[in-house]
Design a binder for this molecule. Structure first.
Ligand SMILES: O=C(O)CCC(=O)C(=O)O
Ligand SMILES: [Fe+2]
Length: 354
């Protein structure tokens, strides 16, 4: 039986006391524990002045699969427009996110992620890999948010649960569509991915929603909203409000800001799609910076396979004269590796027989 995604994360809990979260709204100066230098993060440089920008793809484009494939291979990410997710629903999820993070801290703490829990309010999951704290707060939804939302909004939780449900349904469909487009561009056919069966819609896929808030920051150049990481997903679909902050990294360019385009979604390749395509689609390093003018919200849909399913490089994507670059492993095993090796996980498992 597939273990649930929540069990997968639960086996690698992240314990960070919430008691020392600052009151973000009242600080005039950045506390030392929030001040980053290149010593705290080797990639702590500013965005480059390059005029390169992330590809934007209209889902009505006649050369859609080629464009998606090219963006995945060169950037590991792209923006998508005309995606079919109603703009009313994007407004709703943004409204939910704003309402959640604007609650007073003592209310948010009622739904704090528990000692060995995975859902709820807390700091970024990657916080344990850094000495400095990030200028952000998050809320993770895995499975039904009912219990947590009831604690946050005793009288309005039903409405908010409905928004999450509808958002998940749309995201799941979009993720499946993007996955087929990306794989299709490499000649992979529906018959090659058996776990997407019976109706090719990846019904067995699992997902989490990560809501992020980056409060206004008194000294944004020295702070970090969410440090550089890759996602441990197949694909991530991110909606950001009208405030810039997301940046993606390219070896040849450096950090590139992904400007918010109203109504568009950002899609990025995660580590598992990187493995599945034998590295043809690189999972992209990304991070979130902060600013001193506006709060920023982002809503990430983290999409992956059934957690006990073996993922391995697709044979048709491996050079017949070479062995696959990565071993077969489950999402669960990959997360165990990530919990120890973080951003070095892919290179760690490369050619490593688990
Ligand atoms: O806030 C953002 O733009 C990035 C969020 C993100 O990378 C994540 O939640 O994994
Ligand atoms: Fe991410």
């Amino acid at each position: 039986m597939n273990s649930m995604l929540s069990d997968v994360f639960r086996s690698h809990p992240i314990h960070i006391p919430l008691s020392n979260l600052p009151d973000f709204t009242s600080l005039r100066h950045l506390p030392d524990s929030y001040t980053w230098t290149p010593k705290d993060d080797l990639l702590f440089s500013a965005a480059s002045a390059s005029d390169q920008s992330l590809p934007s793809i209209n889902l009505d484009d006649p050369h859609l699969a080629t464009r998606v494939g090219h963006a995945c291979a060169t950037w590991g990410a792209f923006q998508v427009t005309n995606h079919g997710v109603p703009s009313r629903l994007l407004d709703d999820i943004e409204f939910l996110t704003g309402s959640l993070f604007r609650l007073p801290v003592h209310r948010k703490l009622k739904a704090a992620r528990s000692e060995n829990g995975v859902s709820g309010y807390g700091v970024a999951r990657i916080a344990s890999f850094f000495n400095k704290q990030m200028w952000s707060e998050g809320f993770t939804v895995i499975g039904s948010p009912l219990d947590d939302f009831r604690k946050l909004w005793p009288n309005h939780h039903v409405k908010y649960c409905e928004i999450i449900k509808e958002y998940e349904e749309h995201m799941q469909k979009l993720a499946a569509k993007l996955m087929w487009l990306a794989l299709g561009s490499l000649g992979v056919e529906e018959k090659d991915i058996k776990w997407a069966w019976p109706s090719s819609d990846f019904q067995g896929a699992q997902a989490a929603i990560q809501l992020n808030h980056y409060p206004i920051c008194p000294e944004p150049d020295r702070a970090m909203g969410l440090a550089a990481h890759t996602d441990s997903t197949l694909l991530t679909i991110l909606y950001q409000n009208d405030t810039a902050g997301l940046q993606v990294f390219r070896d040849d360019v450096g950090w590139v800001t992904v400007p918010p385009v109203p109504g568009s979604l950002v899609v990025n390749v995660g580590d598992l799609l990187h493995i599945l395509t034998n590295g043809i689609f690189p999972s992209v390093l990304h991070r979130a910076r902060v600013n001193h003018v506006r709060s920023r919200f982002s809503m990430a849909y983290l999409w992956g396979p059934p957690s006990d399913l073996m993922i391995s490089p697709l044979p048709q994507l491996v050079d017949p004269l070479q062995s696959p670059l990565y071993p077969s492993l489950t999402w669960k095993q990959y997360l165990a590796t990530k919990a120890t090796h973080f951003n070095q996980s892919l290179s760690f498992i490369r050619n490593y027989d688990l």
